[in-house]
Design a protein around this ligand. Sequence first.
Ligand code: FEO
Length: 163
Amino acid sequence: MLTKKVEEICNRQIEREGYSSNLYLAMASWAETKGMAGIAAWLFAQSDEERMHTLKFIKYVNERGGNAVVPEFKKPPVKYKGIPELFAEVLKHEQYITASINEVLETAVTEKDHATTNWIQWFVKEQMEEENSVQQIIDKLQLAGQHGDYFLDRDIMRLRDAK
Ligand code: FEO
C-alpha cells in the first residue's frame, strides 16, 4: 500500500509525464508542418514513449492500492523558433523530468517504501538515456553547422534505431 505522500508525488509525475507526451506531440506537429518529416517522426515516437511512462505510473499507483488521477494538462507551445531551439527545449524539459523523478525516489526513501524505491530505478536509468540521446542530437546539430537541420532530419531516426 502506498503512503499518501508517495501516492501524491506519483500522481504529480502522471501529470508531468502526460504533459511531456503532449509537449512532444505539439513539437512533432510543428516540425511536420515545416517539412521536417524525420524530426517529426522522432518527436512522435518520443511522445509515444512519454505516454507509455504515464501509463506505467497510472498502473503502478493503482496496483499498489492508490488512486491514479488523470489530470488536466496545460497547452504546450504551438510555435518553435527553430530546430536547435526546439532540441534545447527538449533537453531542458528532460532535465526537469529527471529532477522530478529524483524527488519521487527521495520521497520513497523517506517513506521507507522499498518497493517504490526499487521500481523507480527504471525511470532513473531511462532519464539518463533520454538526456544522453538528446545531448547527442544537439552535438550532431552543432557539428553539422549551417545545414544541420537538413542532415539531422535525414539521419535522426537512425540515432533512435541505434538505441
Ligand atoms: Fe518520461 Fe522523458 O520523461
